[in-house]
Design a protein around this ligand. Structure first.
Ligand code: 5GP
Length: 188
Protein backbone atom coordinates (compact mmCIF):
# COMPACT_ATOMS: atom_id res chain seq x y z
CA UNK A 1 0.00 0.00 0.00
CA UNK A 2 1.96 2.96 -1.36
CA UNK A 3 0.34 5.71 0.69
CA UNK A 4 1.15 3.87 3.92
CA UNK A 5 4.72 3.11 2.84
CA UNK A 6 5.35 6.79 1.98
CA UNK A 7 3.98 7.86 5.35
CA UNK A 8 6.21 5.36 7.19
CA UNK A 9 9.28 6.67 5.38
CA UNK A 10 8.25 10.28 5.99
CA UNK A 11 7.16 10.09 9.66
CA UNK A 12 8.36 6.75 11.11
CA UNK A 13 11.27 6.74 13.56
CA UNK A 14 13.64 3.88 14.42
CA UNK A 15 14.36 3.01 18.03
CA UNK A 16 16.80 0.65 19.75
CA UNK A 17 15.95 -3.03 19.59
CA UNK A 18 14.15 -3.03 16.25
CA UNK A 19 11.23 -0.81 17.27
CA UNK A 20 9.54 1.50 14.77
CA UNK A 21 7.72 4.48 16.19
CA UNK A 22 4.70 5.59 14.16
CA UNK A 23 2.93 7.50 16.88
CA UNK A 24 2.21 10.59 14.80
CA UNK A 25 -0.26 8.67 12.60
CA UNK A 26 -1.03 5.19 14.05
CA UNK A 27 -0.08 4.57 17.69
CA UNK A 28 -0.83 7.82 19.51
CA UNK A 29 -2.09 10.55 17.21
CA UNK A 30 -4.08 8.92 14.38
CA UNK A 31 -4.78 9.82 10.77
CA UNK A 32 -8.43 8.84 10.08
CA UNK A 33 -8.12 9.21 6.30
CA UNK A 34 -5.14 6.85 6.19
CA UNK A 35 -6.92 4.51 8.65
CA UNK A 36 -9.96 4.47 6.37
CA UNK A 37 -7.74 3.55 3.39
CA UNK A 38 -6.18 0.79 5.50
CA UNK A 39 -9.63 -0.61 6.35
CA UNK A 40 -10.68 -0.51 2.70
CA UNK A 41 -7.51 -2.33 1.62
CA UNK A 42 -7.98 -5.11 4.21
CA UNK A 43 -11.64 -5.42 3.21
CA UNK A 44 -10.61 -6.00 -0.42
CA UNK A 45 -7.77 -8.42 0.39
CA UNK A 46 -9.90 -10.56 2.71
CA UNK A 47 -13.25 -10.48 0.88
CA UNK A 48 -12.73 -14.01 -0.49
CA UNK A 49 -12.21 -15.69 2.92
CA UNK A 50 -15.68 -14.55 4.04
CA UNK A 51 -15.20 -13.71 7.72
CA UNK A 52 -18.28 -12.97 9.82
CA UNK A 53 -16.39 -11.01 12.49
CA UNK A 54 -13.24 -8.90 12.91
CA UNK A 55 -11.13 -9.46 16.02
CA UNK A 56 -8.27 -7.38 17.40
CA UNK A 57 -6.43 -6.63 20.63
CA UNK A 58 -6.52 -3.35 22.53
CA UNK A 59 -5.43 -0.66 22.11
CA UNK A 60 -3.60 -0.04 18.84
CA UNK A 61 -5.42 -2.72 16.81
CA UNK A 62 -8.81 -1.12 17.38
CA UNK A 63 -8.53 1.69 14.82
CA UNK A 64 -7.55 -0.45 11.79
CA UNK A 65 -9.98 -3.18 12.89
CA UNK A 66 -12.94 -0.85 13.17
CA UNK A 67 -12.27 0.63 9.72
CA UNK A 68 -12.03 -2.90 8.27
CA UNK A 69 -15.30 -3.82 9.97
CA UNK A 70 -16.88 -0.66 8.60
CA UNK A 71 -16.00 -1.54 4.99
CA UNK A 72 -16.86 -5.25 5.38
CA UNK A 73 -20.04 -4.39 7.34
CA UNK A 74 -19.02 -6.79 10.11
CA UNK A 75 -18.91 -6.53 13.92
CA UNK A 76 -15.54 -5.86 15.56
CA UNK A 77 -14.52 -7.35 18.92
CA UNK A 78 -11.29 -6.63 20.79
CA UNK A 79 -9.50 -8.84 23.31
CA UNK A 80 -8.97 -6.90 26.53
CA UNK A 81 -5.74 -6.62 28.46
CA UNK A 82 -7.53 -6.34 31.82
CA UNK A 83 -10.43 -8.55 32.80
CA UNK A 84 -13.43 -6.40 33.80
CA UNK A 85 -15.03 -7.60 37.08
CA UNK A 86 -18.36 -7.84 35.26
CA UNK A 87 -17.12 -10.15 32.49
CA UNK A 88 -18.70 -13.60 32.65
CA UNK A 89 -17.67 -16.63 30.58
CA UNK A 90 -14.21 -15.22 29.89
CA UNK A 91 -11.59 -17.00 27.82
CA UNK A 92 -8.03 -16.12 28.87
CA UNK A 93 -4.54 -16.47 27.45
CA UNK A 94 -1.06 -15.12 28.22
CA UNK A 95 0.91 -12.99 25.75
CA UNK A 96 4.55 -11.93 25.88
CA UNK A 97 4.95 -8.23 25.01
CA UNK A 98 7.98 -7.49 22.91
CA UNK A 99 7.89 -3.70 23.27
CA UNK A 100 7.25 -3.79 27.04
CA UNK A 101 9.30 -6.96 27.77
CA UNK A 102 6.74 -8.56 30.08
CA UNK A 103 3.83 -11.00 30.02
CA UNK A 104 0.20 -10.00 30.26
CA UNK A 105 -3.20 -11.70 30.27
CA UNK A 106 -5.74 -11.08 27.52
CA UNK A 107 -9.40 -11.94 27.85
CA UNK A 108 -12.46 -12.11 25.67
CA UNK A 109 -16.04 -13.00 26.53
CA UNK A 110 -17.45 -16.23 25.10
CA UNK A 111 -20.52 -14.13 24.28
CA UNK A 112 -18.55 -12.49 21.45
CA UNK A 113 -16.32 -15.35 20.27
CA UNK A 114 -18.36 -18.44 19.53
CA UNK A 115 -18.01 -21.74 17.62
CA UNK A 116 -19.99 -20.17 14.73
CA UNK A 117 -17.43 -17.41 14.15
CA UNK A 118 -15.13 -17.08 11.14
CA UNK A 119 -12.55 -14.64 12.46
CA UNK A 120 -10.40 -12.12 10.62
CA UNK A 121 -7.72 -10.86 13.04
CA UNK A 122 -6.38 -7.33 12.43
CA UNK A 123 -3.49 -5.66 14.30
CA UNK A 124 -1.15 -2.70 13.91
CA UNK A 125 2.17 -4.63 13.99
CA UNK A 126 3.46 -8.12 13.34
CA UNK A 127 6.81 -8.49 15.11
CA UNK A 128 7.58 -11.90 16.69
CA UNK A 129 3.96 -12.98 16.41
CA UNK A 130 3.29 -13.44 20.14
CA UNK A 131 0.12 -11.34 20.26
CA UNK A 132 -1.26 -13.17 17.21
CA UNK A 133 -0.45 -16.57 18.75
CA UNK A 134 -2.39 -15.53 21.87
CA UNK A 135 -5.35 -14.59 19.69
CA UNK A 136 -5.15 -17.94 17.86
CA UNK A 137 -5.26 -19.64 21.28
CA UNK A 138 -8.44 -17.73 22.23
CA UNK A 139 -10.03 -18.61 18.88
CA UNK A 140 -9.17 -22.29 19.40
CA UNK A 141 -10.50 -22.26 22.97
CA UNK A 142 -13.80 -20.85 21.67
CA UNK A 143 -14.02 -23.46 18.90
CA UNK A 144 -14.16 -20.64 16.33
CA UNK A 145 -12.29 -20.59 13.00
CA UNK A 146 -9.46 -18.23 12.01
CA UNK A 147 -9.79 -17.28 8.33
CA UNK A 148 -7.13 -14.56 8.05
CA UNK A 149 -4.67 -12.24 9.77
CA UNK A 150 -4.02 -8.69 8.57
CA UNK A 151 -1.24 -6.44 9.83
CA UNK A 152 -0.74 -2.77 9.04
CA UNK A 153 3.06 -3.08 9.42
CA UNK A 154 5.09 -6.29 9.43
CA UNK A 155 8.70 -6.31 10.62
CA UNK A 156 9.92 -9.19 8.50
CA UNK A 157 13.28 -9.49 10.29
CA UNK A 158 11.55 -10.54 13.54
CA UNK A 159 10.05 -13.53 11.71
CA UNK A 160 6.54 -13.59 13.21
CA UNK A 161 5.14 -14.64 9.84
CA UNK A 162 6.98 -17.97 9.97
CA UNK A 163 5.45 -18.74 13.36
CA UNK A 164 1.94 -17.88 12.17
CA UNK A 165 2.25 -19.71 8.86
CA UNK A 166 3.17 -22.83 10.79
CA UNK A 167 -0.27 -22.49 12.37
CA UNK A 168 -1.96 -22.35 8.97
CA UNK A 169 -3.17 -18.74 8.93
CA UNK A 170 -3.47 -16.66 5.73
CA UNK A 171 -1.48 -13.46 6.29
CA UNK A 172 -1.60 -10.04 4.62
CA UNK A 173 0.61 -7.08 5.61
CA UNK A 174 0.16 -3.63 4.08
CA UNK A 175 3.79 -2.54 4.57
CA UNK A 176 6.71 -4.90 5.13
CA UNK A 177 9.92 -3.68 6.77
CA UNK A 178 13.02 -5.66 5.88
CA UNK A 179 15.19 -4.06 8.51
CA UNK A 180 15.71 -1.04 10.75
CA UNK A 181 19.49 -1.23 10.97
CA UNK A 182 21.55 1.93 11.51
CA UNK A 183 18.41 3.95 12.12
CA UNK A 184 17.24 3.49 8.52
CA UNK A 185 13.81 2.16 7.57
CA UNK A 186 14.21 -0.35 4.75
CA UNK A 187 10.89 -1.28 3.15
CA UNK A 188 10.24 -4.26 0.91
P1 5GP B 1 4.45 -9.40 18.49
O1 5GP B 1 3.51 -10.02 19.46
O2 5GP B 1 4.16 -9.76 17.05
O3 5GP B 1 5.89 -9.62 18.85
O4 5GP B 1 4.23 -7.84 18.62
C1 5GP B 1 2.99 -7.31 18.26
C2 5GP B 1 2.55 -6.21 19.17
O5 5GP B 1 3.62 -5.48 19.75
C3 5GP B 1 1.74 -5.22 18.33
O6 5GP B 1 0.39 -5.37 18.68
C4 5GP B 1 2.27 -3.86 18.72
O7 5GP B 1 1.38 -3.25 19.61
C5 5GP B 1 3.57 -4.10 19.44
N1 5GP B 1 4.75 -3.82 18.59
C6 5GP B 1 5.65 -4.73 18.12
N2 5GP B 1 6.64 -4.13 17.44
C7 5GP B 1 6.36 -2.81 17.44
C8 5GP B 1 7.03 -1.66 16.90
O8 5GP B 1 8.09 -1.72 16.24
N3 5GP B 1 6.43 -0.46 17.11
C9 5GP B 1 5.26 -0.34 17.80
N4 5GP B 1 4.76 0.90 17.92
N5 5GP B 1 4.61 -1.39 18.35
C10 5GP B 1 5.15 -2.62 18.18
Amino acid sequence: MDKLKKRILQDGKCFEGGILKVDSFINHQMDPTLMSDIGKEFAERFAAVKPNKIMTIEASGIAPAIMTGYFMKLPVVFAKKKSPKTMQNALTTTVRSFTKNREYEVVISKDFLTPDDRILFIDDFLAYGNAAVGIIDLIEQAGAQLVGMGFVIEKEFQEGRKLLESKGAEIESLAIIENLENGKIQLK
